[in-house]
Every structure is written in structure tokens, then in C-alpha cells.
Design a protein around this ligand. Structure first.
Ligand SMILES: [Zn+2]
Length: 122
């Protein structure tokens, strides 16, 4: 993952452990995926495309679910992090200017602190 947004400069590394919460989002997305697979199999069975029953053929359900999960893992990982950070960072129309101003402010504070510590040494 990027350390900062390449477009507006929003920092993605907010604090240590920030993305632990994304595991809950990932869990929800995974459940949704399994339900979607089950519904799709039931619909295909009802339409007559396949002969499926969860009680008679759970291996089909499990293999499709696990296969899809493995293929979509990189997508789910990034999507759950993006959803998680969107709970805390609100959309700003002036994000580029806002983040640039915030960065220069931080840089000036750093310079001030450096100057103060140099004065203390003298
Ligand atoms: Zn951005």
C-alpha cells in the first residue's frame, strides 16, 4: 500500500494498529461473498443450469467459495482497508490544498523544534 495518497497526499499510515479494524470489514465482505455463492448456486439450480443441493453436494459449494476467496483475496484486502479508512476520513473537496497546508505546518513545527533544541545546546 502507498504511504500517502498519490493524488491528494492524505497519509494512509495513521497510527500503529489502525488497520486491525479492517479485519471486521473483511469478515463482513467474506460472509457476503459466501452468501452470494450460495444464492447463485440455488438460482442456477432453480433455473435448471446445474443440479445443486447444499445437503447432497457441499463440496461444489465449498470449492467454488474457497476458489473465489483465494482469487479475490488481494481485492478484499485493499477494499476492506479502503472501507475502514473511509469511516474516519471524510471527503474533502479541497483535499490537495488542505493536505499540503497541513504538511508545511508540520514541517515548520519540526524546524522550530530543531532550532529550539539547538539553542538549548548553546
Ligand atoms: Zn487522495
Amino acid at each position: 500500500m502507498y504511504k500517502r495518497c498519490p493524488n491528494c497526499g492524505e497519509p494512509f499510515e495513521r497510527e500503529p494498529g489502525f488497520y486491525y479494524g479492517a479485519a471486521y470489514v473483511s469478515y463482513g465482505l467474506t460472509i457476503a461473498l459466501w452468501v452470494a455463492v450460495l444464492v447463485a448456486l440455488i438460482v442456477f439450480d432453480a433455473v435448471g443450469l446445474i443440479d445443486f443441493s447444499i445437503m447432497e453436494n457441499p463440496v461444489l459449494f465449498l470449492s467454488i467459495g474457497i476458489g473465489l476467496l483465494l482469487v479475490l483475496l488481494p481485492l478484499l484486502y485493499r477494499l476492506s482497508r479502503a472501507i475502514w479508512i473511509n469511516f474516519f476520513v471524510k471527503y474533502r473537496e479541497d483535499a490537495i490544498a488542505f493536505n499540503k497546508a497541513r504538511e508545511t505546518e508540520k514541517e515548520e513545527k519540526r524546524k522550530d523544534r530543531r532550532a529550539e533544541s539547538n539553542q538549548a545546546k548553546d
